[in-house]
Design a binder for this molecule. Structure first.
Ligand code: ADP
Length: 491
């Protein structure tokens, strides 16, 4: 029995967030909203996940939802009321409640633009709490995620404080501080219907004109967590703090870093049906070659198991260090390397990678899509994975890569620093190749060091492959830390 487990009855935890695999996922948040509740369930918690019922959730999931009920809820400053439908689905022991309202959730993928998204998530945060009261399911802890659910702790201590759900404590997790939900004070006042005194510098107010949803949530949450220890420190600095560093330093007593894990049932190279050749440590070195060939065939690259295949699986935004990759791309491309890029995002990066694909036919593939199956095949078939991020709260791709025996090449920031131990050429220890400052020449150097080891000392390279596959990147330890935190809150 883990330390945080309650002897008397199961801890009840409600997760509130804007995306959750397998229903809808655009990034790491979706993975965490899926995997952490399941890990908590294994620890004996009762868990409910509350998320919007977006139109873009595939029909196969919608068909399995059952209607739990509906009610009307007032929302705006002028007292407009909105319909709240609650649809429910149970998947592997976790209950998912989907907040249904076509006016808000019929658009987007699932996000639209801040102007529409702010009303959408004001509505969602309030409706999630109202739904808990409506279902008469009062959690011990409400665990909210990112700016889209950041109003929950504020509503909980204000408009909901004298309702049953007001007895719950709240945790707000920062998955990415870059996105905060900033708009005019009037816009937020209107859509939240929250009292004027909250539009103060201590809570929502940023300047004379603007309010910030995340800022308010951080002020009101009982605890704040973020997804790695290093990022917890970084966000209290000017460079990484995205304008909230002083606010976070002020609240540092309640801030804690807990590193993410990955779901090792989904990310299991032994049972992964999407792979050409499934494998474990005993046959990884051989099977990875077969997967490499299958990947090369699928993507129209020269089929050659001796190439050094470098992958990139990422949202294409400046956060991910793509400027560094652009700067070194031509210099990096020698005849021994192949590069596979999977991602969508900023057109300037999409176009740059498309250009490299045409300039290096058979050597570079830029797959500008979101494709779950190809992601699995790259994790299995590539030799190394690039994650040179400008900032990275935790990062999951380096964890998945290690699990699949693909060596990460990362910048030492946030969770990348906490999860990838640098390869030490003297002792042979370490999990990947790293560089510290955000400089293209340092990234190139890291790629060259990896390439050198791959071609010149394959025995040592293979030892890293096997060591990485054995590294514990599961949720188990982190779930225990969350449980301990919940236990402290419950007192
Ligand atoms: P972030 O949350 O900042 O996007 P993470 O590394 O935490 O980055 O998580 C990214 C997740 O999204 C990983 O599971 C990764 O495999 C997946 N992913 C990112 N881009 C794509 C894509 N184009 N196709 C498939 N999966 C992707």
């Amino acid at each position: 029995m883990s330390n945080g487990k309650l002897a008397d009855r199961a801890m009840k935890v409600a997760f509130i967030g804007s995306e959750c695999y397998p229903f809808i996922k655009t990034g790491g948040l979706g993975d965490v909203m899926y995997a952490l509740p399941r890990a908590l369930l294994r620890e004996g918690c009762e868990v409910r996940v509350i998320m919007p019922c977006y139109r873009c959730i595939p029909d196969r999931f919608k068909e399995r939802m059952v209607w739990r009920g509906s009610f009307m809820m007032d929302l705006t400053q002028d007292g407009r009321t909105y319909h709240v439908g609650v649809m429910e689905s149970v998947l592997d022991g976790v209950t998912y409640d989907f907040i249904d309202n076509r006016e808000f959730f019929d658009w987007g993928n699932p996000y639209t633009g801040l102007w529409e998204d702010i009303p959408k998530y004001c509505y969602f945060s309030k409706a999630a709490l109202a739904a808990l009261n409506f279902m008469d399911w009062i959690p011990d802890v409400i665990h909210c995620h990112d700016w889209q659910a950041a109003l929950v702790p504020v509503y909980l201590r204000t408009l909901f404080s004298v309702t049953p759900v007001g007895a719950a404590r709240s945790v707000l997790t920062i998955h990415n501080l870059r996105f905060q939900g900033i708009c005019s004070i009037e816009h937020l006042k209107y859509w939240t219907g929250l009292p004027d005194y909250l539009f103060d510098y201590a809570v929502f107010k940023v300047n004379d004109r603007e309010a910030n949803m995340f800022k308010g949530g951080l002020a009101y949450a009982d605890r704040i967590t973020t997804v790695s220890d290093t990022y917890a420190g970084e966000i209290q600095t000017d460079f990484y703090g995205e304008g909230l560093n002083s606010h976070l330093s002020y609240h540092r007593e309640k801030l804690k870093g807990i590193v993410n894990g990955i779901d090792i049932d989904i990310w299991n190279s032994r049972t992964d049906k999407l792979l050409h050749a499934a494998y474990g440590e005993e046959n990884a070195l051989q099977a990875k070659k077969l997967n490499k060939k299958a990947l090369q065939e699928r993507l129209g690259l020269a089929v050659d198991e001796d190439k050094f295949v470098v992958g990139l699986i990422s949202r294409l935004t400046d956060q991910k260090g793509l400027d560094l990759i652009n700067t070194i791309f031509t210099e990096m491309m020698d005849e021994r390397i192949q590069v596979v890029i999977l991602g969508t995002g900023d057109p300037r990066y999409e176009d740059a990678f498309r250009y490299y694909e045409s300039a290096y036919k058979g050597q570079v593939c830029a797959y500008i899509k979101y494709d779950e199956s190809l992601a699995h095949q790259i994790y299995a078939g590539a030799d190394a994975l690039l994650v040179p991020s400008l900032f990275e709260p935790c990062g999951l791709t380096q964890l998945i890569a290690m699990r699949y025996g693909t060596i990460p090449i990362v910048r030492e920031t946030g969770g990348l620093k906490d999860t990838v131990e640098p390869y030490n050429e003297y002792t042979g220890e370490g999990n990947g190749f790293t560089f510290d400052r955000y400089r293209a020449d340092l990234l190139l150097d890291a790629v060259r060091r990896a390439e050198w080891l791959y071609f010149e000392d394959r025995g040592r390279w293979d030892a890293i492959v096997l060591r990485d596959m054995e590294k514990d990147v599961s949720w188990e330890h982190s779930a225990d830390l969350y449980l301990k935190l919940y236990g402290e809150l419950k007192g």
